[in-house]
Design a protein around this ligand. Structure first.
Ligand code: EPZ
Length: 432
């Protein structure tokens, strides 16, 4: 296995391009199943999850064509997805288990073909990740749902879902996306109440409307979808990755450097994150190309923060902010309310000299003067980023193992950070 070796203590300076958002790209790719036309997506990041989903979609009959490799750092790839005929409505376990977001093919397959058989995604490191809200939503739209041998079998009687009222008791990004995609081709109107409002959902809704869907209430907790008979071809560019941007803003602050994050509307998409980072002492200045970020003083302020659905502080930034808080002035309290097991970076940060105590879903972080380089183990995508961040400021060398987690969500991380002054290399085959 590979590992990343970092020699800490180097300021980050210069321009760092922000890639297309993984969590927008994945549902957008699934939306291609809804039309027999061509969906051309640009600014697609080069990530393991994108590759895995492409493989899954090709199994359903999607023809993919890489029109632009996006070789240089500042540009993603452009890929067209064409599904003239759906050749299979089954999403197999061996692919779904690798990436939970595969469950997002369920809505489009059910909407287009009237049936779908999708492996239950199973849990992952950060929680058991049920899909009950997805399934309940499809039942509200007339689908019958059966669970057997680890698979969900969904059928729309008469081959077409019916518009209905889907009220989510709790906010779910994936369930909102699945129901939203399915509703575009349902007969009649669907109202989604308590919809998740993450920017990635607005990106998906805007793309679906470009394909001929009739969605209103975009960005609000109530989405209204008037079903149409079919969707058509469209070109769409994936929004910038707000979690990647937030992660590198933290890197700039922790190394006392100054980074210009390159991308459009970064301050907008960073809603929910910027407020928390500003209270920690970070300063943001908009530029023609993006967003200038640095720490306004020589120590990070201790803060109290709770993760919430958008527009609150995102759970996907929790581990990265905790890494920053290990060096704060005083102490910080971090509350994780979205996932039940999202503190697995704590033992690894502690091995680097951090002072963190966890009680249930609350972590108390007392600032220390210096983190100590060590071999550490990544456990999930955002935890792996928190260890990279810690390594950037620790003394001596830090070796981050199991970086396949990182490859899922951070495009060309070593290249981006070393271009801005980090002493960081990927060591193939040296990991444990
Ligand atoms: C999406 O996951 C993101 N993934 C996650 O990002 C992100 O952490 C999460 O939303 C919350 O913002 C993608 O977009 C691919 P949820 P999702 O459904 O859709 C519970 C990353 O690091 N729940 O909003 O799976 C669930 O267990 C990843 O990029 C149910 O109980 O998240 C969780 O506690 C990690 N039943 C809460 O809701 C359901 O049917 C929020 O989950 C669905 C969810």
């Amino acid at each position: 296995m590979d590992r990343i070796a970092i020699t800490g203590g180097f300021r980050l300076e210069g321009q760092l391009p922000i890639s297309g958002a993984k969590n927008a790209a994945l549902p957008l790719m699934c939306a291609s199943l809804l039309t027999n036309g061509c969906l051309r997506l640009s600014n697609l990041p080069h990530l393991a999850d994108i590759k895995t989903l492409k493989e899954l979609l090709e199994g359903h009959g999607v023809a993919t064509n890489v029109e632009d490799e996006g070789k240089d750092l500042s540009k993603g790839q452009t890929v067209s997805f064409t599904t003239e005929v759906i050749t299979s409505t089954t999403a197999p376990y061996d692919i779904v288990r690798k990436m939970r977001a595969s469950i997002l093919v369920l809505g489009p397959l059910l909407a287009r073909e009237g049936e779908a058989t999708v492996s239950l995604p199973g849990g992952c490191a950060i929680g058991n990740r049920p899909i009950d809200l997805h399934l309940k939503g499809f039942e509200e739209m007339g689908a019958t749902i059966e669970l057997a041998e680890g698979y969900v079998r969904a059928v729309a009687p008469g081959g077409r879902l019916k518009g209905g009222l889907v009220e989510f008791p709790t906010v779910s990004v994936g369930a909102t996306e699945n129901i939203l995609m399915a509703a575009t081709l349902a007969s009649g109107t669907t109202t989604i109440e308590n919809a998740a409002r993450e920017p990635e959902i607005s990106d998906l809704a805007n793309c679906l409307n470009a394909m001929g869907a009739k969605i209103s209430g975009i960005g609000t907790r109530t989405l209204i979808v008037v079903g149409v008979d079919q969707l058509h071809s469209a070109d769409y560019s994936v929004m910038p990755d707000r979690i990647e941007a937030g992660s590198y803003a933290v890197a700039a602050a922790m190394t006392r450097g100054e980074l210009e994050l390159i991308g459009n509307d970064l301050l907008d998409v960073l809603t929910g994150t910027v407020g928390v980072l500003k209270s920690a002492g970070l300063e943001f200045t908009q530029t023609d190309n993006g967003l200038l970020v640095k720490l306004g003083s020589d120590k990070v302020n201790g803060i109290n923060v709770t993760t919430q659905p958008y527009p609150g502080f995102p759970t996907d930034m929790q581990a990265q902010v905790m890494a920053m808080m290990t060096l704060c002035d005083g102490a910080s309290v971090i509350n994780e309310t979205i996932f039940e097991n999202r503190f697995m970076h704590v033992p690894e940060l502690t091995r680097m000299g951090a002072d963190i105590t966890v009680h249930g879903s609350t972590a108390t972080v007392r600032g220390v003067d210096q983190l100590l380089g060590a071999p550490v183990m990544a456990t999930d995508l955002r935890a792996s980023m928190s260890l990279i961040l810690a390594g950037l400021v620790a003394d001596r060398q830090t070796f981050v193992n199991r970086i396949y987690h990182l490859d899922r969500g951070y495009e060309r991380l070593v290249e981006k950070l070393s271009t801005c002054g980090a002493q960081i290399v990927r060591e193939d085959g040296k990991g444990i």
